[in-house]
Design a binder for this molecule. Structure first.
Ligand code: ZN
Length: 78
């Protein structure tokens, strides 16, 4: 699998599935569920959501779908 090297604009909405990702920095973004107003602060290694908080305790390499969406937008290999 090759990594797409496209220029990502800051603060532009990028739809990924049912999520919308706003990139706010080189390794971070805000992820919004399309059917929800909740805005999550997500980085390549961390996420606000409950799923990540609980799952990452058992699996430090766990990546929730918000982190995966951010990685996809930033062109980082999962
Ligand atoms: Zn998450």
């Amino acid at each position: 699998m090759t990594v797409k090297k496209t220029k990502v604009e800051l603060f532009e909405p990028y739809p990924v599935g049912d999520l919308v990702v706003y990139v706010t920095g080189p390794d971070r973004g805000s992820v919004i569920e399309a059917d929800c107003r909740w805005e999550l602060s997500t980085t390549l290694t961390d996420c606000d959501c409950c799923t990540f908080r609980w799952r990452s305790r058992r699996d430090p390499s766990f990546k929730c779908r918000h982190m995966q969406a951010l990685r996809q937008v930033l062109g980082v290999e999962a």
